[in-house]
Design a protein around this ligand. Structure first.
Ligand code: SD4
Length: 331
């Protein structure tokens, strides 16, 4: 099957639901103009993440408030979701591929442009930490599959069964039809991407996921791809993504957003342009979700998404808040 056709048929393979009324309203309002940009006041230190992962930002803030580095904040922050078996899109408990294997993708990037990633790795509970080891202890950026897993064992990571009973039962149920219905995942797009600025003004980011549920074995999305799911440029800012990874890869979304900020756009304007580039490539089908968040060197933040419902968490001395994101398709 050609890739475009496959994407449309599966439009996301991702499990998770959008109700028929929401889907209908999305289709009806496709041509509606985006809402106005939000103002953001620059704050440092700060941690932000995709979705309402308050425990993750709380962990990151623990690191930042005591003067810790943004790299440690983002790693420890996203590890909270990797360990949460109730999050079925990240780490242990993540939904498997169509063969019943949970395969994890993650990456991390620091203030100096160093980065590491693991792709399609099984049996390891904290892929973000393996990605950091790839960054710090190897001459490489990406390790995939068995090689990544082997590397993790060499670095002392334990072998863990990532498939929980809940995810297994759902997969067995899915197997009865094995159909990729275009049921858009809005609420359950739970990939965590996190960006942080520390008291030194340095920016880091991390992104981690189990990818799209019931994907082809070996499929990798945007989340571990530097420039797509995550990009940091310490002179400018950072960006990270959640949603249908294929579409983020096609526009190299996070790199694009950082470059737009370099050219003078605010994080909000840059996220909006990032989403619009994706829309431009998908004029006949916007029935999927993408959410971007971004931060600039001043500590100003922004976010934008296609479908209503995306939020991002923020922790700074100003407080711990969940920010609703404006969407291309208005709610
Ligand atoms: C992927 N971007 O693998 C991820 C999916 C996602 O919540 O965001 N899920 O394409």
């Amino acid at each position: 099957m050609r890739r475009r056709k496959f994407l449309k048929n599966s439009s996301t393979i991702t499990a998770g639901l959008i109700s028929a009324p929401i889907l209908a309203s999305c289709q009806e309002t496709k041509s509606v103009e985006p809402t106005a940009s939000k103002e953001s006041i620059g704050i440092k230190p700060i941690a932000i993440c995709t979705w309402n992962f308050q425990n993750a930002t709380a962990k990151a803030w623990e690191v930042l408030k005591d003067g810790g580095r943004s790299l440690d904040a983002v790693e420890q922050g996203v590890m909270i979701e990797e360990a949460d078996v109730n999050n079925q899109t990240v780490g242990k408990g993540g939904r498997p591929d169509r063969n019943g294997n949970v395969t994890l993708d993650a990456c991390i990037m620091d203030k100096d442009g160093n980065c590491g990633a693991v792709l399609c790795m099984q049996n390891i509970a904290h892929p973000v930490s393996v990605a950091r080891k790839v960054m710090e202890d190897t001459p490489h950026v990406m390790l995939a599959g068995k090689g990544a897993e082997q590397f993790a064992y060499e670095k002392g990571f334990e072998k863990v069964d990532l498939l929980t009973e809940k995810s297994k039962q759902e997969w067995l149920e899915w197997k009865k039809t094995s159909q990729y219905k275009p049921i858009i995942n809005i609420e359950n797009h739970d990939t965590i991407g996190m960006l942080a600025i520390d008291k030194f003004g340095d920016i880091s980011g991390a992104c981690t996921t189990s990818g799209m549920a019931y994907k082809y074995g070996g499929r990798v999305g945007d989340s571990p791809i530097i420039g797509a799911g995550l990009f940091i440029d310490n002179e400018v800012g950072g960006a990270t993504a959640t949603g249908v990874g294929e579409e983020v890869v096609r526009t190299v979304g996070s790199f694009l957003i950082v470059e737009l900020m370099r050219q003078g756009k605010s994080p909000q304007e840059a996220c909006e342009e990032g989403v619009k580039r994706i829309i431009a490539k998908n004029k006949d089908n916007t029935d999927f979700q993408i959410g971007f968040i971004a931060i600039n060197k001043k500590g100003e933040t922004g976010s934008y998404c296609i479908q209503p419902g995306f939020t991002f968490r923020q922790y700074s001395k100003e407080g711990h808040v969940n920010n609703p994101s404006d969407s291309f398709i208005n709610s």
